[in-house]
Design a protein around this ligand. Structure first.
Ligand SMILES: [Zn+2]
Length: 179
């Protein structure tokens, strides 16, 4: 189960009364996020790995960039929003603002370390897997699941407009739990 989903299930599953819903939701969500972070911290790559990754991408490895890169790339392939990364950063004592996180995510994207997902959701999702692949989007849950590129074949593509060539086909399949 994806960590974000686990967090959601855990927080929503523990709500005892409607009156306390938002408070309980917020509190438990933060607690679980920080527990998850403790687990992640034990297996994170060294700061040197992140610094090298940033330098290789042409970015100066500032303290904040290294801290955010550690969070982003320590847990395998991930899809996350600026808000989620900001919350995780707070848990490890990185006091960067949401605006800084957002700017850093866009700098990482421009440097080729991340890809922006075009999911038509209210929030922008960033993907740490920049190789070609597609996605399932679980409606109502803000959950994104990778589909390997070889698992889909796209036929009968139209000709690209005059003077253009197709660079990449990005398939998003929307799913929902069976009722
Ligand atoms: Zn992906």
């Amino acid at each position: 189960m994806k960590e974000a989903t686990l967090r959601k299930v855990l927080s929503e599953g523990s709500i005892e009364s409607h009156a306390h819903k938002s408070y309980m939701n917020e509190t438990k969500s933060n607690v679980w996020t920080c527990i998850n972070m403790d687990i992640a911290q034990r297996s994170k790559p060294s700061d040197r790995d992140s610094a090298a990754r940033l330098r290789q991408a042409g970015l100066r490895p500032t303290r904040q960039r290294v801290a955010l890169a550690d969070l982003l790339f320590a847990k395998g392939d991930r899809h996350l929003t600026a808000e989620e990364l900001h919350e995780e950063a707070g848990c490890i004592g990185c006091s960067c603002s949401l605006a800084t996180v957002y700017n850093t995510l866009h700098q990482f994207t421009e440097a080729g370390l991340l890809r922006v997902l075009s999911l038509e959701t209210a929030k922008t999702y960033f993907d740490t897997n920049v190789s070609d692949h597609h996605h399932f989007l679980v409606e109502g849950r803000n959950e994104v699941v990778d589909i390997p590129v070889g698992d889909i074949s796209v036929n009968n593509l139209p000709e690209a407009p005059e003077g253009m060539e197709i660079t990449y086909v990005d398939v998003v399949i929307r799913v929902r739990p069976k009722s």
